[in-house]
Design a protein around this ligand. Structure first.
Ligand code: COA
Length: 261
């Protein structure tokens, strides 16, 4: 499948790499980028050959420099709300794909770029990456989930700091704050993302899908409801063939061969 603003590459091991491909505009999120991402995420969800996703940016400077400011400049109240809801829906698609995703952040992740990365299951970054929610400098607030997912990932105080000042932080600070889980050399970023994802895709697919659902949905529930959700998924997984295989393989001291059922 070919797109105008993104590149997609499905490897034999089921890892789909999606590269934002507007390097001259620092991979900013135009309407066409959202259309392309929405289509690619929908197809990735439906395609059993896709086991996991890597999202990265083309060019040496940027993962993604955020929402397209030229489009924002023309938005009135009605269009502004639609602008936010549309981006939120696409990033929610990524979060609820039922398959693991890694944002491999190769440079600037500002505004919508940081929000796109936060829709992924895991974030790793190269040394030269920078992060920020600079919307306040444009007279708005983050609109693609940044006010919510950032606070959940790094805590309310640090989210307030980044969103209110619009300042940028480097990869070391992002790691210390828990916004990313690992830093690599730029040349090793994609290899490392592939290694993490292929480890995950060797696990039992139903357990991986449940993990994504229970952690994401449970985070927004009162503890007792979240624990119920965990117990329901745990019980359901206990009825799977893969749980029989996983426990038997442990006892037989051999690697498990999971089938996704
Ligand atoms: N939307 C639209 N175009 C953008 C963009 C965005 N969010 N971010 C960068 N671009 C474009 C620039 O307009 C420029 O295009 P041009 O060459 O046609 O003039 C090109 O990308 C390169 O950007 P430039 O600003 O020249 O690069 P830089 O290295 O000097 O600065 C940034 C990099 C990221 C600091 C700067 O581009 C910036 O502040 N971008 C906006 C970040 C932002 O506020 N994001 C949140 C949006 S809600």
């Amino acid at each position: 499948m070919s797109y105008q603003t993104i590149l997609t590459d499905l490897a034999a091991n089921g890892i789909l790499t999606i590269t934002l491909n507007r390097p001259d505009k620092l991979n900013a999120l135009s309407q066409q980028v959202f259309n392309d991402l929405a289509d690619a995420f929908a197809k990735a969800k439906a395609d059993a050959k896709v086991k996991g996703l890597i999202i990265t940016g083309a060019g040496p400077k940027a993962f993604c420099a955020g929402a397209d400011i030229t489009r924002l400049a023309d938005a009135d109240a009605i269009h502004g709300r639609a602008f936010a809801e549309e981006g939120q829906a696409v990033f929610k698609q990524l979060e609820t794909l039922g398959k693991p995703s890694i944002a491999a952040i190769n440079g600037y992740a500002f505004g919508g770029g940081c929000e796109l990365a936060m829709g992924a299951s895991i974030r790793i970054a190269s040394h030269n990456a920078q992060f920020g929610q600079p919307e306040v400098k444009l007279g708005v607030i983050p609109g693609y989930g940044g006010t919510q997912r950032l606070a959940k990932l790094v805590g309310k105080g640090r989210a307030m700091d980044l969103c209110l000042t619009g300042r940028f932080i480097n990869a070391e600070t992002a790691l210390a704050w828990g916004l990313i889980s690992e830093i690599t050399e730029p040349a090793e970023l994609l290899t490392r993302a592939e290694a993490i994802l292929s480890d995950i895709t060797r696990m039992a697919p139903l357990a991986v899908a449940s993990m994504l659902t229970v952690i994401n949905q449970g985070f927004d529930l009162p503890l007792d409801d979240a624990l119920q959700l965990e117990a329901i998924h745990f019980g359901w997984l206990c009825a799977s063939k893969d749980k029989q295989e996983g426990t038997r393989a442990f006892m037989e001291k051999r690697p498990a061969k999971f089938e996704g059922c």
